[in-house]
Design a binder for this molecule. Sequence first.
Ligand code: CA
Length: 231
Amino acid sequence: MQSQITKLPKAVFFDQDGVLFDSMPFHADAWVKAMGKYNLPYTALDVYRNEGRTGSGVIRELYQRVYGKDISQEIIDDIYAYKSNQFIELTGGKLPNLILDIRNVLSYLKSQGVDCWVVTGSGQRNLINNLNNTFEGIFTGIISAFDVTHGKPHPEPYLKAWERCGFPKEECAVVENAPLGIQAAKAAGLFCFAVNTGILPDSDLIEAGADMVLPSMAALLEYLQSVTSNQ
Ligand code: CA
């Protein structure tokens, strides 16, 4: 049985990849190719399951499992650089498309006076500019890799957003797409919507602790509107 909310939150924390931007297919292709360079078997499903972990951690663990020995920093750096280049090549260096209907969700929340934040593990330097250009006037604040010591699934990123937003936890909610992000939100003690924008089965998101799993941003919007009208 999924949990419900009885009124609109005062602040909503949005993850970036797979929630704002439809970037995961590119990340998946890029990772599979980069791992393949060293004959490391890695599928798109693996990429989605590991979304949010640091690249070096994933590479190290897989290499150990396949070759039974520690990987050198040189190879880690090479795989990571290759992956980053592949990503740029696949996206043509442009921002990936937005997740379908995310603009409608954000506009609706703003129209209802809800503060919207971005909480991402991404450490791309141009991130904040990109986000504020793409979603002009929407976000109250952005928590990125530069603001935290521990990444998801550690609760720190969501706790930091919660501290800064100034509302009680029960008046905040998270929108995530990935198991580790959901774990981070739940470890932070926050209500978590999971919107399944990728290729994982819903059961992965439920097992990670999602309070509610929705198939699309349109479904999330419909739900939020129903909550508003019942308030
Ligand atoms: Ca994500």
